[in-house]
Design a protein around this ligand. Structure first.
Ligand code: GTP
Ligand code: SPV
Ligand code: MN
Length: 608
């Protein structure tokens, strides 16, 4: 496998002949597409072009080619049919927030939380990098749709990339191929996504968004959020900006359905920052007692939602724009997330996990017993005595959502699902209780806006420091956060009945550093209270922070070693500490703070 993580330049075009690829534009590709591709080809000068059609034979041929070029290792096909391992460059294992830019004519459009580049200067700089960057390489033309086919919100994107890994991954994560040409028709309205691995050098790595031109140019990285441009770049940064203009919302949220005994179905969306539990919560399997009673949880999405107000009901509805999961692998096992384990049992790409001698894969937390030997994520021999981890802490699986045994029947429904509750949550060892409910929408927006979380391995940088991550969207708001918060407040006026808003923290620790709450499937107990509150059923007590369940309001039956009162208790001193720590956000926004934010903070201070 290529150690450098730079995909090898294919030495001769002749190689390609043995693979059934399409080298000229299909009839269905319209004039605007052809013209744009031509321009990019002239700039990047690839030696081959492959127009992807999204078919199964094409997918297999791409994997075969990837194995030949040592981009993929074919895993044990008996144990993991259709599964492959990819190792990225060790300098390219997470999103690079400091190298991510929103490029507009003026700085005010992007606000204080984004990196800004003036758009003309950005194009000039990026052109310098893209000129001739695909010489000796193949350009893959990857047409894709974000959103269920037929949804009025569905968006077409076309990604040009010189990474085979990216092209195949896009086939899993999006509705890729012919279907996109059909959806696009003669229209010019598609996101122009240009991507090159370049030489995978962090000094020449830029992820640039041009919201006004519906364009994304990404250079120098092959990692997920930097390179699979339909995901964070299109479905969050570009889409959040479009949503603000058009009156809908693009959010970093999971979307799940819960069926109660008797069949009542409730959908909630939850925003947790990167690597803070969205995939796990979205795939939750209820504890045995709940299952026996008839509780069932189904997944609509695990990372991104697009939401709008249904005019006929005045309620919020949501879709998941993605078609696959790009999930965190470490910590995933048959106890913590059996649905994810099943989803990655076939047709999955593993990135930066360890390889076992039998051609299976391994990662920290997969099994209690460590393997005697393995090849670590960098390609070096590993044993339990080795210093480093076998799998990278941000190693990932890329699996089609169709593999999820708990996929919600509405996952492909263009009409989406109604949202009854919105949950915000961070990774907080201290000061933040397990669960409480906002007093109302405006207070809920305040809770979301001041969300704090300890940083994780999903982004390059220091891990474990508390930062404010408004709505878990800090790295993904594609415009000025001032306007983003105002947009949240304004959405309320479009709704006649709005979702209830909650705050959770699965990650509180005791004095010995142990998690105070078992988490994972047991989160069902908290979810049940949330759902009951959405329907106006369960009891809660008014506190300084919001509405809080007492121990008797939550089904804790069968849980051992959980001190519910302790995990819910927050002293006034802790609230004050939290308030002071929120100052970071307030100072960033300075004079631009929406008035609701100021009033909510004052109300909180008054309650102390
Ligand atoms: P992104 O894909 O980066 O957006 O992450 P995510 O929000 O989907 O997070 P994910 O569900 O993949 O979980 C990230 C890490 O948190 C994993 O290592 C999980 O094992 C761990 N985790 C998830 N849920 C819980 C929980 O309820 N309790 C505890 N203690 N850990 C959890
Ligand atoms: C995240 O970091 O929030 C992810 C992974 O979901 S990535 O697609 O890389 O952004
Ligand atoms: Mn995410």
């Amino acid at each position: 496998m290529t150690q450098a993580g730079v995909e090898r330049r294919s030495s001769s075009a002749g190689n390609m002949a043995e693979f059934p690829f399409q080298s000229s534009p299909p009839l269905a590709a319209n004039e605007c597409v052809r013209k744009w591709v031509k321009e990019c080809v002239a700039m990047c000068q690839p030696s081959n072009i492959i127009w992807c059609d999204g078919s199964l034979p094409e997918r297999q041929a791409l994997f075969d080619l990837g194995v030949k070029q040592e981009i993929f290792t074919r895993l044990n096909q008996e144990k993991r049919p259709g599964c492959y391992l990819h190792r990225s460059n060790p300098n390219d294992v997470a999103r690079s927030e400091h190298l991510t830019f929103i490029c507009t004519p003026g700085e005010d459009m992007v606000g204080p939380t984004n990196n800004w580049m003036e758009s003309k200067a950005a194009y000039a700089k990026m052109r310098g990098l893209f000129e001739g960057c695909m010489r000796g390489r193949t350009m893959y033309v990857v047409p894709f749709v974000m959103g269920p086919i037929g949804s009025p919100l569905a968006k077409v994107g076309i990604q040009l990339t010189d990474s085979l890994y990216v092209a195949v991954s896009m086939g899993i994560m999006t509705r890729m191929g012919e279907i996109a040409w059909k959806q696009l028709g003669d229209s010019d309205e598609f996101t122009r996504c240009l991507h090159s691995l370049g030489d995978v050098n962090p000094d020449r790595r830029y992820i640039c968004h041009f919201p006004i031109d519906n364009t994304i140019w990404s250079f120098g990285s092959g990692y997920g959020g930097n390179a699979l441009l339909g995901k964070k770049c299109l479905a969050l940064r570009i889409a959040s900006w479009l949503g603000e203009q058009q009156g809908w919302m693009a959010e970093h949220m999971l979307l799940m359905g819960t069926e109660a005994p008797g069949g009542e179905k409730t959908y909630v969306a939850a925003a947790f920052p990167s690597s803070c539990g969205k995939t796990n919560f979205a795939m939750l399997i209820p504890p045995e007692k709940f299952r026996k009673q008839g509780w069932k949880v189904t997944t609509v999405g695990d990372d991104i939602v697009w939401m709008w107000v249904d005019e006929s009901t005045g309620r919020l509805r949501a879709i998941n724009p993605e078609a696959g999961y790009f999930g965190v692998v470490p910590g995933t096992n048959d106890d913590s997330n059996p649905n994810a384990m099943e989803a990655m049992s076939r047709d999955t790409i593993f990135t930066n996990v360890a390889l076992l001698p039998d051609g299976d894969v391994w990662w920290e937390g997969k099994t209690k017993e460590l393997p005697a030997q393995a090849i670590d994520w960098t390609g070096k021999p590993w044993t339990p005595a080795s210093k480093g981890k076998a799998a990278h802490p941000n190693s990932r699986f890329t699996a089609p959502m169709a593999n999820n045994p708990a996929l919600d029947p509405a996952a492909n429904d263009p009409n989406g699902v109604p949202v009854s509750g919105i949950i915000f949550g961070g990774r907080r060892s201290r000061n933040v209780p397990l669960v409480f409910q906002a007093f109302n929408w405006i207070h809920g927006v305040y809770l979301g806006a001041t969300l704090g979380s300890e940083t994780t391995a999903a982004a390059t940088g220091q891990v474990g420091v508390v930062r404010r991550d408004p709505m878990a969207m800090l790295p993904f708001i594609g415009y000025n956060i001032r306007d983003y918060l105002v947009h949240w407040f304004r959405m309320r006026k479009r709704m006649t009945d709005c979702p209830r808003v909650f705050h959770v923290n699965w990650f509180r620790k005791d004095e010995t550093g142990k998690f105070m709450w078992p988490g994972f499937g047991e989160n069902m107990r908290v979810l049940k209270w949330i759902i009951d509150r959405c329907h106006g059923r369960a009891y809660a007590r008014e506190t300084v922070l919001g509405w809080m369940p007492r121990a008797q309001d939550i089904d804790l039956d069968g849980l051992v070693g959980v001190d519910f009162e302790k995990i819910q208790h927050v002293g006034l001193d802790e609230v004050k500490t939290e308030l002071v720590s929120q100052e970071e956000l307030f100072l960033k926004l300075a004079g631009d703070l929406p008035k609701e934010m100021i009033f909510q903070r004052e109300l909180l201070v008054s309650r102390l």
